[in-house]
Design a protein around this ligand. Structure first.
Ligand SMILES: Cc1cc2nc3c(=O)[nH]c(=O)nc-3n(C[C@H](O)[C@H](O)[C@H](O)COP(=O)(O)OP(=O)(O)OC[C@H]3O[C@@H](n4cnc5c(N)ncnc54)[C@H](O)[C@@H]3O)c2cc1C
Ligand code: FES
Length: 356
């Protein structure tokens, strides 16, 4: 059994919980061993390898506070960069030995993805939160159509490994879009899985560097692969891809579920800036209209609590005393006074007062 996951005597921990706060305990205990905490799940980076031209796979060994996960779920990962703790979501593959493999695509200008892809070293310790999310396999053995674009392949890989371990109980087609062939991850593994399980078919769709670019996500090209009305669809990738998949496929398929890794590009035409007053600190900032409040506040040095940055975990919820915000996933405007907004997926449309 993994030594980090082995059961330990509980009475010293119960005693410690009564005597000191978890934060104080962790402060001293992690000086003895960086993975000894009272409650916080942590993980140590034990290996790293190239997954594609611009992605790496990091294998993390969690400490005994990690509660496990279902294939397809994601977690918030906390890393320290230049003395600042930053949190982003990743969709790991749970491995047979209890470790977690996360595959990270380096995003141009991205703080955490570039750190993980280029600078994270064996032995580094990272914070994990409990896994959550609904991109899990359905209880039924309905036929599946898995749609992945870019790093959206990560939960699909975990789902496919789980299905393969169960003998591939349904017909499954994986459609995997990438801009260039050398950006594809897990090709050998996916091909081997398809060779071992005739009910799985893997389709690679390269949009930029082939002579004839692959079709974008839509009903007609997918109908040529599988009878859509009989398929449960799971889609994952950048916000624009997920938005297109949802708008074109919902209503044509047996069931549609999706997870976006980023917020779709703005289409509402909001420009200029507005005054955002932070009621608790008394500061007033000029922030761009139509852009995520979380990102704009961070750019001005304000550090609101956050987790997923995609409107899923509610960690960034904050009171809006007055003004109008736009929800970036749906485009809906909201101006009800004294209500909660999720800063990561809300943009200021007018001047605002926030409980920050
Ligand atoms: C539920 C969930 C699961 C995720 N799982 C994975 C995973 O397994 N592997 C993985 O590589 N990423 C995954 N992501 C994306 C990841 O959380 C980060 O957003 C990504 O690594 C970029 O972080 P960053 O700090 O480098 O970029 P930031 O510094 O936060 O952002 C820099 C710029 O890049 C944009 N951006 C952020 N993420 C993306 C993206 N994915 N595609 C395009 N532009 C983006 C931002 O809007 C911003 O403009 C997941 C996201 C969610 C919500
Ligand atoms: S950070 Fe998760 S909802 Fe905003």
């Amino acid at each position: 059994m993994n030594a980090l996951l082995a059961p330990r005597p509980l009475w010293p921990l119960r005693l410690a919980r009564r005597v000191v706060s978890p934060a104080l305990f962790d402060f001293w205990s992690t000086r003895l061993n960086p993975l000894w905490t009272l409650e916080q799940p942590l993980a140590r980076l034990v290996s790293r390898g190239k997954a594609s031209r611009d992605a790496v796979t990091l294998v993390l060994r969690p400490n005994r506070h990690w509660q496990g996960m279902h294939a397809g779920q994601h977690l918030n990962l906390g890393v320290e960069i230049d003395g600042r703790r930053l949190v982003r979501s990743y969709s790991p593959t749970p491995l047979e030995d209890g470790n977690l493999a996360i595959t990270v695509k380096a995003i141009t200008g991205g703080l955490v993805s570039r750190h993980l892809a280029n600078d994270a070293r064996i032995g580094d310790v990272m914070a994990l939160d409990a896994a959550f999310g609904d991109m899990v396999l359905p209880a039924s053995t309905a036929d599946l159509l898995l749609l992945a674009a870019g790093s959206g392949i990560t939960p699909m890989r975990a789902l496919l490994r789980s299905l393969a371990a169960r003998g591939m109980p349904a017909n499954v087609d994986l459609m995997y879009w990438a801009r260039r062939r050398d950006e594809l991850c897990f090709v050998d593994e996916l091909d081997a899985m398809a060779a071992a399980h005739p009910r799985l078919r893997v389709h690679y769709l390269i949009t930029r560097d082939d002579a004839s670019p692959a079709p974008r996500v839509d009903v007609a090209p997918l109908e040529a692969i599988a009878s859509l009305a009989e398929r449960r669809v799971l889609a994952c990738g950048p916000g624009g891809f997920v938005q297109a998949a949802r708008s074109r496929l919902e209503g044509h398929v047996a069931h549609f579920a999706a997870e976006a890794f980023s917020i779709p590009a703005r289409t509402d035409g909001e420009e200029g800036s507005v005054a955002v007053r932070l009621a608790r600190s008394g500061r007033t900032l000029q922030l761009p209209r139509g852009q995520s409040l979380l990102e704009s506040l961070e750019a001005q040095g304000v550090r609101p609590s956050h987790g997923c940055r995609m409107g899923i975990c509610n960690t960034c919820a904050c009171g809006r005393q007055s003004g109008t915000t736009r929800q970036l996933l749906t485009g809906a405007l909201s101006s009800e006074p004294s209500s909660q907004v999720r800063l990561c997926i809300s943009a200021p449309s007018t001047d605002l007062i926030l409980d920050l």
